[in-house]
Design a binder for this molecule. Structure first.
Ligand code: 13P
Ligand code: SF4
Length: 331
């Protein structure tokens, strides 16, 4: 069944028997179909708890590249599942909710980016993995938040670079490396919402708490941070560091693992600049345990991709995986 047809008949609204033990059913289906569930740290706790692997974007791409499962259920957003499909053309890659997109990826449409790139033919294109397959196909190297700086620093100092689509991560690397990469004007809706004023007040109320932040945050928030890193790096930091409290400036899903790995520490979600729950990514949170069960049961919605696009998008991803392996990065 085609994905669009599936969405039209309201597949995602299929009623599930409320007495069903979803954890047991998902585990049974996983075995029956030789399926694996890969989940990002921004997924809801139930999904993190049933996943075979939880990680940041680099760890997820590395796991997708090495899995021997026949079916990959990608509990994350569309660009992540797309990356898994690019690396696994022969496997079935499922995304529990096909509408789980990404504001950062959406901020960089391939047709506009192609025109921009053509204006700078002497520039190498490094794209953050949070982009569509179309942007990946226009890129020379892909990076994630955990390897972006090291990948940029591996390139000759005089190499001109376009960095897309995240202006905040690109700006952060420019400041750290002294480069002047040309930045695409994109940003993540979740990481742009943190309030400098509220975090400053929170820090005054909790003087022992360290501020830790994801590099997708704006410069002012990063300026306050005691530690900056990808979701996995933030999680590792909270386990190794000896502070007792942290103000966490990234999507709130990461708090689940932070709290379970360090139950005696206090983790405070950095507040957004209004009263909403805007540090929950609405795209990531489209996936639910029920949708994970349904997609595993019916093997839909599936990620499908045109072969020429897949091959073009795979080249810069393979370069990233190769560089990360040589740099000893990831899991
Ligand atoms: P990482 O997984 O690299 O930490 O990036 C976070 C993110 O925004 C994923 O969408
Ligand atoms: Fe995209 Fe931001 Fe959500 Fe990550 S948190 S999926 S970058 S919108």
């Amino acid at each position: 069944m085609k994905n669009s047809a599936l969405a039209e008949i309201g597949f995602l609204d299929i009623e599930i028997d409320p007495s069903l033990d979803l954890f047991a059913e998902i585990n049974r289906l996983k075995k029956e179909k030789n399926a694996v569930i890969l989940a990002h740290y921004y997924q809801e706790p139930d999904i993190q708890d049933i996943a075979d692997y939880i990680g940041d974007s680099l760890g997820l791409a590395q796991n997708a590249a090495r899995t021997e499962a026949d079916v990959i259920v990608f509990a994350g957003v569309h660009f992540m599942a797309e990356t898994a499909k690019i690396l696994n053309p022969g496997k079935k890659v499922l995304l529990p909710d096909l509408k789980a997109g990404c504001s950062l990826s959406d901020s960089c449409p391939p047709s506009l980016f192609k025109t921009f790139k053509e204006k700078h033919p002497d520039h190498l294109v490094i794209s953050y993995i949070n982009c569509s397959a179309g942007i990946k196909a226009l890129s020379d190297i892909i990076c994630t938040s955990s390897n972006a700086q090291l990948i940029v620093e591996k390139l000759p100092k005089d190499q001109k670079i376009i960095f897309a689509p995240d202006k905040n991560l690109g700006g952060y690397i420019n400041r750290k490396s002294g480069r002047e990469m040309l930045l695409w004007n994109g940003a993540c809706m979740v990481h742009e919402i943190f309030s400098l004023e509220k975090i400053t007040k929170l820090k005054a109320r909790h003087p022992y708490a360290k501020v830790i932040a994801h590099p997708e945050c704006e410069e002012a928030i990063l300026g306050l941070a005691d530690f900056i890193g990808s979701t996995t790096q933030l999680l590792d930091y909270t386990q190794k560091d000896d502070s007792v409290a942290y103000i966490v400036a990234t999507e709130s899903g990461i708090l689940h693992k932070m709290r379970s790995y360090a139950p005696n520490k206090t983790f405070i979600a950095a507040p957004p600049d209004n009263a909403c729950a805007c540090n929950d990514c609405p795209h990531m949170k489209r996936n639910t345990l029920e949708k994970v069960y349904l997609c595993l049961k019916y093997e839909e919605p599936e990620i499908l991709m045109e072969e020429n696009l897949r091959l073009a998008a795979k080249i810069p991803i393979d370069r990233m995986l190769d560089m990360s392996r040589k740099l000893g990065l990831g899991k």
